[in-house]
Ligand binder design. Structure first.
Ligand code: ZN
Length: 272
C-alpha cells in the first residue's frame, strides 16, 4: 500500500504549488516510526523541512501579532511548555511557546515545534494544570506530526500555502493576515482525539494533573454557547471551540485515557 500510495500522493501534491510539489519532487517523502502514534508513517518532509515550513509561518505570526508584554506570564508558559516537551514523544525538536495579545479564546500549533496561546485562552484557565493541558494538546499535535502527515488534506496544504505567503512578504493574502489564517487551522476529528489521549500521557509524565483537561473541556462547552462572531468580509473570529470542535467526543477520549473506560452515562450522551 505504501509505495503506490506515496506515488499517488506525490502526483497529487505536484499539482499544488511550486513549494509543495518541490518538496515531494526533492525526495522528501520519507518513512519513519512515529513514537506518538506507534506507527510507521510516510511523511512528505524530513524534520528539517518541517521545521523550515513551520518557522516561516511562525515568524510571520510573530511579526503580525503582538506578544503579551508580561514576562512572568511568558516565562510561566515557557516553563510549563518545556516540562511537557521534555516528556513528549518527539524530543528532537526545539519547542517554542508564546502568548499572543489577543482576547479570542484560541490556541494553535505549527509544524516544527511552534505553540501559540492567545491571552484570552490563558485567562480562561484556572491553574497551571489546565494551562498545561492546553499546551500538552498542542505539543501532541506536533509530536504526532498531524499537520505534516495529512499533507494531502486541506490542513497540510493550508500550512504550506501560509509558508509560501510568509516568504513573499507584502503579497496579497486575500484580506487576511498569515497570523489570522494560522489561528483558523483546524485538525481532523481523529487527530483531536489522539492529541487528547497523548496530552493525558504527557501531563502524567510531566507531573501535572491530567484531569485538568476535563475541567477545561467543560469550559469549552460553555463557549459553544457563544455565537460565532462575524467580522467584515464574512471572516469568522476563531474561537477555541471552533478550531477544536468535537468536545463531547474529546471528553470521552480523555476519560478513557484517564480511567480506562468512560462512564456509561457518557456513552448514552455521546454522539454516534
Ligand atoms: Zn487540537
Amino acid at each position: 500500500m505504501a509505495a503506490s500510495g506515496i506515488k499517488i500522493q506525490a502526483r497529487r501534491a505536484s499539482r499544488w504549488g511550486v513549494l509543495f510539489g518541490g518538496l515531494a519532487a526533492a525526495g522528501c517523502v520519507g518513512s519513519s516510526f512515529n513514537l506518538a502514534t506507534q506507527e510507521q508513517e510516510y511523511t512528505i518532509t524530513s524534520t528539517e523541512k518541517e521545521v523550515e515550513v513551520g518557522r516561516k509561518v511562525a515568524r510571520q505570526v510573530m511579526d503580525e501579532m503582538a506578544v503579551v508584554a508580561d514576562e512572568p506570564l511568558q516565562r510561566r508558559v515557557r516553563e510549563i511548555g518545556q516540562r511537557i516537551a521534555a516528556v513528549c514523544d518527539r524530543r528532537e525538536l526545539v519547542y517554542q511557546f508564546a502568548v499572543i495579545a489577543d482576547d479570542d479564546v484560541n490556541a494553535f500549533s505549527l509544524p516544527g515545534g511552534y505553540v501559540f496561546l492567545n491571552d484570552g485562552l490563558v485567562k480562561k484557565t484556572a491553574n497551571d494544570d489546565e494551562l498545561a493541558g492546553v499546551v500538552a494538546h498542542e505539543v501532541a499535535h506536533i509530536a504526532a506530526r498531524h499537520a505534516v502527515k495529512r499533507y494531502e488534506s486541506s490542513l497540510g496544504l493550508q500550512i504550506v500555502q501560509l509558508a509560501s505567503l510568509a516568504a513573499r512578504r507584502g503579497a496579497a493574502t486575500g484580506g487576511l493576515s498569515v497570523a489570522a489564517r494560522a489561528a483558523q487551522l483546524a485538525y481532523a476529528r481523529q487527530d483531536e482525539l489522539e492529541a487528547d489521549r497523548l496530552a493525558v500521557k504527557y501531563l502524567r509524565a510531566a507531573g501535572f494533573d491530567p484531569k485538568a483537561i476535563l475541567t477545561f473541556l467543560e469550559k469549552l462547552h460553555d463557549l459553544h454557547g457563544d455565537k460565532a462572531q462575524y467580522l467584515p468580509r464574512g471572516v469568522v473570529r476563531p474561537q477555541y471551540a471552533m478550531t477544536h470542535p468535537f468536545v463531547p467526543e474529546r471528553t470521552l477520549a480523555v476519560k478513557e485515557a484517564l480511567y480506562g473506560v468512560a462512564d456509561y452515562i457518557d456513552y448514552l450522551n455521546s454522539p454516534e
